[in-house]
Design a protein around this ligand. Structure first.
Ligand code: NAD
Length: 306
């Protein structure tokens, strides 16, 4: 089988070497198209691939139609909103992600950003400490769980809410389970977002919800920019000059946030959450293993378009 690594933003060399070892070790062929700049090169590269490994690369119906042999797409990472799942299902293509492989990397970044914000962006002004503050984790998945582990190390009080994870499972992790999302927002000093971008969550972090946040609260977004109602949040931050917004995903209104909320807003220049050598390698190798296993045994454990 031909396995194509299709990455506009390439993996680290160590990850590619590891992927090659796994794929070729299982008797398959590995092809690479990295750092591509035009779509025609991408469409050409997929034309004889049976499997592709991608990162944030956009895979839509046009790409799938250019890949008549394609049986499986694996997104090396957690979020898979860059793949048109309906189009894949209609063509009998299995789509998988590699859950959990970059969760620690994202969680560690949360605390880098939080300390930076709590210490007034290292301007020299007196800031505040995280110890004793209450962090509210919205979505207790792989990243959320890692955030809770690290938060405890900082001496924070940890609350969480997840629409699909039972309260008992949250409490079993030694975390207070909020009754609902509204209570989480009302009661916590820091809200850390770990929801996927879905039809239900897009734009769901809006003016009215954030207006209930405590005085001097910090909203931390390492999830997706689409979950924020940017205009609503910007309007609120002009009304509530105590609120801070820190994001790992530059909003479309970045310039407006920067100009109107100076000293209370920060966005990483590029999405940094999963950008560690470890996460890169973990996710890439997991993708390669999942593809080989799928071809060998039909294992679809991590399929997201079932
Ligand atoms: P995950 O699939 O392990 O967890 C997602 C959790 O969200 C699940 O527990 C699910 O029950 C919950 N959930 C889904 N819809 C919800 C809703 N409406 N309300 C409350 N909870 C809901 O995913 P993860 O690995 O924890 O990653 C979370 C998100 O973080 C990803 O979907 C991705 O968008 C984002 N992410 C960003 C980066 C980055 O570089 N900044 C890296 C990895 C992941």
């Amino acid at each position: 089988m031909k396995v194509l690594v299709l990455t506009e933003k390439p993996f680290a060399a160590a990850a590619v070497n590891g992927i090659r070892e796994i794929v070729e070790g299982a008797g398959h062929e590995l092809a690479l198209l990295e750092s591509y700049t035009d779509r025609s090169a991408m469409l050409q590269a997929v034309s004889d691939a049976e499997a592709i490994i991608i990162r944030s690369d956009k895979i839509n119906a046009e790409v799938m139609d250019a890949a008549p042999k394609l049986r499986i797409i694996v997104r090396a990472g957690a979020g898979y909103d860059n793949v048109d799942l309906e189009a894949a299902t209609a063509r009998n293509i299995v789509v998988m992600n590699t859950p959990g492989q970059n969760a620690n990397a994202v969680a560690e970044l949360c605390f880098g950003l939080l300390v930076f914000a709590a210490r007034k962006f290292y301007t020299g002004a007196a800031g505040s400490e995280l110890m004793g503050k209450r962090i509210g984790i919205l979505a207790f998945g792989n990243v959320g769980r890692n955030v809770s582990r690290i938060a405890k190390g900082f001496g924070m009080e940890v609350w969480a809410y997840d629409a699909f994870c039972p309260k008992e499972a949250i409490e079993a992790a030694g975390v207070h389970a909020a009754a609902d999302r509204d209570e989480l927002f009302r009661e916590c000093d820091v809200i850390s977002l770990h929801i996927p971008a879905t039809a239900e969550t897009k734009q769901s972090i809006n003016h009215d919800l954030c207006a209930t946040m405590k005085k001097n609260a910090i909203l931390l977004n390492t999830a997706r920019k689409e979950v924020i109602d940017e205009a609503g949040l910007l309007a609120l931050m002009n009304e509530r000059t105590d609120l801070r917004y820190i994001s790992d995903i530059k909003p479309d209104l970045d310039a407006e946030f920067a100009a109107q909320c100076a000293g209370r807003y920060f966005a990483t220049p590029k999405k940094m959450g999963a950008q560690t050598a470890e996460a890169n390698i973990n996710a890439g190798l997991a993708a390669a293993r999942q593809i080989c296993d799928f071809f060998a045994t039909g294992n679809t454990r991590f399929q997201v378009n079932k």
